[in-house]
Design a protein around this ligand. Sequence first.
Ligand SMILES: Nc1ncnc2c1ncn2[C@@H]1O[C@H](COP(=O)(O)OP(=O)(O)OP(=O)(O)O)[C@@H](O)[C@H]1O
Ligand SMILES: [Mg+2]
Length: 281
Amino acid sequence: MSEQGSESPDAAPAGGGPDAGDGRRGTGPALEVESLFLRRGDRVVFDDLSARFPAGKISVVTGPSGSGKTTLLRVIACLLRPDRGRVLADGHDLVGLPRADVREFRERVGMLFQGGALLDSMTVFDNVALPLREHTRESEDAIRRQVHTAFRAVGLDRVDALLPGELSGGMVKRAGLARALIGAPDILLCDEPFSGLDPPTVRRVEELLVDINRRTRATLILTSHHMATTRRMADQLVMLLEGGALTGPPETLIAQGDSQVLDFFDQPTEGAEARRAEARG
Ligand SMILES: Nc1ncnc2c1ncn2[C@@H]1O[C@H](COP(=O)(O)OP(=O)(O)OP(=O)(O)O)[C@@H](O)[C@H]1O
Ligand SMILES: [Mg+2]
């Protein structure tokens, strides 16, 4: 295996998820990374990182800028191969699978990229239709219906003919999410879905993601710095810190009182309490 985290071939965003056939869907898979080691350039990003993402639940990955949140999503989506370690979906290791199996797995994954990653020269409609046109042989009529269903789901209207450059930041985010939802993925990975949005839109995207998770039972992993939102929506929090990850429900991690966790949630730490007591005399 290569010494450095290597980009997998065909690293195009996937999203043409499976058709359940009988119209019913199961719960998305349990995802897990185990003993990951990954180097990018001369920097070790993961040194023995392990974390679990429960089936059909919402996990939020947080941690300082540069701690590897985006990298972790890319590893889970099989867009980036770790130098060592395992990436498991329902217990099956995805690292080192034959290319055809990786492609099949990727078709179950919807991904919202940090920054949207829409193609600038293509209309918003064509951007969202792209995964279906690339991964399925569906008719244009069927594609149009699915794209409009996805637009409705994210609250976008009359954007078909617009170019991404003609959308506001919040609309770009929602168009990226519409593309991630195309094909009914059972794994939804959202990189910073709330960044750059105004508070009402944050709330709206939060409700949308929770609703998608409850309705589709997809396993949802998102990265975020919005701790109030995280506290409301996360079943599981994975906090990337120096020396590994802390994992658990947000309230459990807060109750454990680790100062790095409390700092993130802007909760008083013992030291801060003592300083305040001192200030009060
Ligand atoms: N393509 C790349 N080549 C070399 N190093 C990279 C590459 N992508 C990321 N890195 C490095 O990997 C580390 C983790 O980056 P990553 O983007 O995963 O962080 P992040 O937690 O998502 O940060 P942010 O909160 O700013 O989005 C950083 O040190 C970054 O410089
Ligand atoms: Mg990032």
